[in-house]
Design a protein around this ligand. Structure first.
Ligand SMILES: Nc1ncnc2c1ncn2[C@@H]1O[C@H](COP(=O)(O)OP(=O)(O)OP(=O)(O)O)[C@@H](O)[C@H]1O
Ligand SMILES: [Mg+2]
Length: 658
């Protein structure tokens, strides 16, 4: 397979900043992969001086493999293939002193951060207040605003209050020697802004940057890229404005425009041939996305065959839908002698996966539910990670609170409250407070004994952490802290016990595979994997969210729940984010190489009641000639058109004020 002339131009252009702006399946990721190889082989850049930002493991692996091939056997170890977050983490692990962090600092996950925030809010504050404050802080961080700057810019009492809490929140994090996810990008940007020496060092360390899925970068990420690439603009960014699906996380397609403004020498290359999809699928995708506003209309073309019509299934409810999908997968797999991993079932909301899982189990189809978080959200895994964090960082109070109760020991909430009181008086962390004899003496004997035993165990494991690799430490830890015994005692179900134990084994295996690094550093890396997949799921049907499918491709794609309220999502209807939902649908459709199946249900259980469902308005935007409907109730369809016409007239007359 050779590159087309435009791809080749993108690969060989190294004289200045480059943006490849092109539609789905046009070979953007492929061009990046080839470019890494080109930089090493033809431009003689050491792999260690190149960094690529990607979002999928598949792309990351391919990049490494190609680079390794060119290095003829030497491995491409030095090559950085990372997400923005793991790049930021690497930066902070090296530059922790400049950031005011001590070695082994912790990353607070969403739960940990929420715990800290809760304490800063007035007692009894509702969850939506918490969410809104957290959202404001996160936005400020994504815009690289310090607490001081956020306070200056605050224009309402609510924003001023949030800025104040932001400042307190940062002080807490600092006391815990911790950062949160957003800090992983914000802090490196701030440090690079402030220190010329860091800029020089990092621009020398990384001579070329490549960024995939550029349309989904937020302001902080953009600035990290710009700082690292420097005025030379030594970068290639590739993206597709039609696939921007993370506005809700602060991604700003404006950053595409910004690139042109801030780098006047930016060269833009467009790719228009799609190599992925059968023509009908591509026509459907083109027709759908044409409904979004475009500055520069683009049409992808393909020289593949037309392929089969896109099938649209109407189903009774989500169980029926899941059964149909599973049966269809079985049928196609037989007919085409296809592997399970050539299939993907995509959905809008995670709750949709339950029915699908059940149907796959019934049909005995091997499946893999991706999302990444599932594994790391398991209680036993979180418990072990808390122990590892505490071992690495005695100031990590969130980890202390979790570890002290995993498994349960004679340390009750009264004791913890006492420790907390001492800690805030002395400004010491909980763990350091618990080590003090004068504190222990003031506790009831039994609690004091339990605290002492806990602290002693943590200290001993901390010593071992210097000598023992993290995987071995992890295995020893779950035996010695009583976690395994507690899991055994908690269930009579042998299979359940085996599963939970297997999760802990898997965690230890992951640490083995991750190789070097202390428990804290590795736990931090692991925490970041929530955004991607840990590993390749093998030969199994992939069940995943539309968001998670970005950048991937499959021969056979099923999109379920193509319904108003789900896709487009109901929240987007009142917030005017229909365009983003359409892009999400576009991403889903363009994952398919050979066959595309869409389905929706007539009834859904919402808020405990069975409700009538309206098929997605996006279905109306697809070219009729490419669709083949199955099981549609014609009568209902007429009714739906009538209902919609009624709604349109109602909103029009509201608009006209009559
Ligand atoms: N020049 C080419 N000739 C043949 N096949 C190609 C060529 N370039 C890319 N491909 C193939 O086309 C498919 C899509 O490529 P790729 O994933 O790089 O597209 P993309 O633009 O990154 O898509 P997306 O927007 O979905 O991320 C892949 O299977 C890739 O191997
Ligand atoms: Mg891609």
């Amino acid at each position: 397979m050779s590159l087309n002339p435009y791809q080749r131009a993108a690969v060989e252009y190294c004289d200045g900043p480059l943006l490849v702006l092109a539609g789905a399946g046009s070979g953007k990721t492929r061009a990046i992969t080839e470019k890494i190889a080109y930089l090493i082989a033809k431009k003689h850049l050491p792999a260690s001086k190149i960094a690529a930002i990607t979002f999928t493991n598949k792309a990351a692996r391919e990049m490494r493999e190609r680079a390794a091939k060119l290095l003829r056997g030497q491995d491409a170890d030095g090559l950085t293939v990372a997400t923005f977050h793991s790049m930021g983490l690497k930066f902070l692990q090296i530059e922790h002193e400049a950031a005011g962090l001590r070695r082994g600092f912790s990353i607070f996950d969403t739960d940990d951060s929420a715990g800290v925030l809760k304490e800063l809010l007035p007692k009894g504050a509702k969850n939506d207040v918490l969410d809104s404050v957290r959202g404001l802080i996160s936005r400020a961080k994504n815009d690289v605003l310090s607490p001081e700057r956020a306070a200056e810019l605050a224009s309402s009492p609510r924003e001023r209050e949030a800025a104040d809490i932001y400042a307190q929140y940062q002080r807490r994090l600092a006391a815990f020697n911790a950062v949160d996810f957003d800090d992983l990008i914000r802090l490196p940007v701030t440090l690079l802004d402030e220190h010329e020496s860091l800029r020089t060092a990092w621009r020398e360390r990384l001579r070329y940057l490549l960024v995939d899925e550029y349309q989904d970068t937020n302001t902080a990420q953009y600035r990290l890229l710009a700082q690292l690439a420097g005025p030379r603009g030594a970068f290639t960014a590739v993206g597709d404005d039609d696939q921007s699906i993370y506005a809700w996380r602060g991604a700003d397609p404006e950053n595409l425009v910004r690139l042109g403004k801030e780098y006047p020498t930016l060269r833009v290359i467009k790719l228009e041939q799609n190599y992925r999809c059968a023509r009908r699928i591509l026509r459907a995708a083109n027709a759908l996305i044409a409904n979004n506003p475009h500055l520069h209309p683009k049409q992808l073309w393909s020289d593949h065959a037309d392929g089969e019509p896109i099938r649209v299934f109407e189903c009774r409810d989500s169980e029926h839908e899941a059964e149909r999908v599973a049966a269809e997968i079985r049928f196609i797999a037989d007919k085409h002698k296809a592997q399970w991993n050539e299939f993907a079932v995509l959905f809008r909301g995670n709750h949709q996966s339950r029915a699908l899982e059940k149907a796959m189990q019934l049909q005995r189809i091997p499946y893999h539910l991706s999302g990444g978080t599932a594994f790391l959200e398991r209680a036993e895994v979180k418990d072990t990670l808390a122990w590892l964090r505490l071992i690495a960082n005695p100031d990590d109070d969130a980890a202390f609170l979790r570890a002290v109760g995993a498994p349960k020991r004679d340390i009750g909430s009264t004791t913890l409250a006492k420790l907390g009181e001492f800690a805030s008086k002395t400004s010491l962390s909980l763990s350091r407070t618990a080590e003090r004899l004068d504190v222990l003496r003031q506790l009831p004997t039994r609690s004091a004994g339990a605290v002492d035993a806990f602290v002693t165990l943590v200290k001993r494991l901390r010593q071992l952490a210097h000598a023992e690799p993290a995987g071995a430490l992890c295995r020893r830890l779950v035996e010695e802290n009583g976690q395994i015994a507690a899991i055994r005692a908690s269930t009579r179900d042998d299979a359940m016990f085996a599963r939970r134990r297997a999760n802990l084994d898997e965690l230890a295996d992951w640490f083995d595979a991750a190789g070097k690094g202390g428990p804290g550093e590795l736990a931090a890396q692991l925490a970041l994997l929530t955004h991607a997949d840990r590993d390749e799921p093998g030969n199994a049907v992939r069940l995943m969210s539309l968001h998670g499918s970005k950048g991937l491709e499959f021969s056979y794609v099923f999109i379920v729940g193509v319904e108003d309220g789900l896709l487009p999502h109901e929240a987007s209807l009142d917030e005017n984010r229909l365009d983003e939902e359409r892009r999400l649908m576009y991403v889903g459709i363009t994952r398919a190489k050979t066959l595309l199946h869409l389905s929706y249900t007539r009834h859904a259980r919402r808020y405990g009641e069975l409700q009538r469902v309206t098929p997605s308005r996006f279905l109306d935007e697809l070219p009729k000639a490419e669709l083949h409907w199955i099981g549609r109730d014609a009568e209902q369809d007429a009714e739906r058109t009538k209902e919609r016409a009624g709604a349109t007239i109602a909103s029009l007359s509201a608009l006209l004020g009559d």
